[in-house]
Design a protein around this ligand. Sequence first.
Ligand code: GDD
Length: 398
Amino acid sequence: MRLDLPVYAERFGANIFNNVQKIYEFDGGYELDDEFSSPFHVIQQISHERLHEIEKDMAIIIPVKNERLRLLESVLCGIPHDCLPIIISNSQHDPIDRFRMEQSMVDTFCRHAKKRYILAHQRSPELAQIFRDGGYSQLLDANGLVHAGKAEGMLAGITLAHLLGKKYVGFIDSDNYFPGAVFEYARLFAAGLSQAKSPYSMVRILWHSKPKVVGEGLFFAKWGRVSRITNQFLNQFFSHFTGYETDALRTGNAGEHALSMPLALSLDYSAGFSVETYHFVSLLEKFGGVMPSPYPEVMKAGVEIFQMESRNPHFHDADKGEDHINEMIEYSLGVLYHSPICPEQLKKEILSKLRRSKIISKDQEPVLPRRYPALASIDFKRAGKSVNWEVFGNYVPK
Ligand code: GDD
């Protein structure tokens, strides 16, 4: 692959937020071009070998809730062979058992592709047992099952990936129409993570565009309604501490992102659709130097965040309604608002934005989404002891 070197960055404590990197070639050629090693070059070439090394150690977690089977199948098709797909489904069992349909499709697909996979129902007793055994009851509800929600499915996926010895986790939504875009995201995850010098790293995808039909043509929108607002407030949050106005943070709601396992286990998380914005809040709170850090080793090694602009348009099932969009805005701004380090002035501006947009009423505060402590607190030895991997697909660890 040929892409920009991450030359410009914003620093916040131990965090390095690299500016958006542009991709020039997905396939950068078989031979490595020596010229790219010149210190004056601003472009880099990442070898096939390096990308494959990372992909072998990476699980791609796919959250699913009642999506069309064809979409899920096309996502599977886009995932590079060496990555392990971990599908966490919260699809209905009644009146039609959509989860069973997913099981059957995924198994048939992976039989043909001769591909290993993990598929777990988010609300299954077998999945819940792992968290009970590992002493992480925060993820379990009153019925003793994993809470519903996208973030909760993602946390379950990270835990399974760690139990299976994976070093990286990537996340790709299951409602993507273009397998080529999925393939690109997975490759960008590998390319991004390969640049890290610290064991604590993250890659966030900035979509090239989200095409929409407008009149008789296509319009390639750059910013979604939610990300436009989240990024604005995130950058204000950031600028308050640095004293310099910035627009460097462009991936506040990046559903497509990847993490090195040590970072995935060290961050705190928040529920549902606030999860991606909360990554930033957790990074600033834990490693920003404003509050004492519970992880001195991370403060020493630093955290590297790479933002990468994809080339494929992102074409997904977008018709999920106004309430869904408003909920995402409230959740994203809610995690900024409730952070103990959120400046008072910004809190006022968040309240005013949410009230003016009629997302909350005049006397209401934004929702405080449920929080989950770092997954590092799980006793993984005990969590993995009684897992029957055959229940979760065709990947049986040696
Ligand atoms: N396992 C699981 N559990 N998956 C879920 C759940 C759940 O409770 N709810 C939704 N999903 C799956 C969906 O099937 C889809 O694959 C993915 O999570 C994203 O859900 P959508 O409802 O399609 O979200 P969106 O497209 O509006 O928003 C996406 O993009 C945003 C960036 O614009 C999400 O990835 C957001 O998190 C992201 O911020």
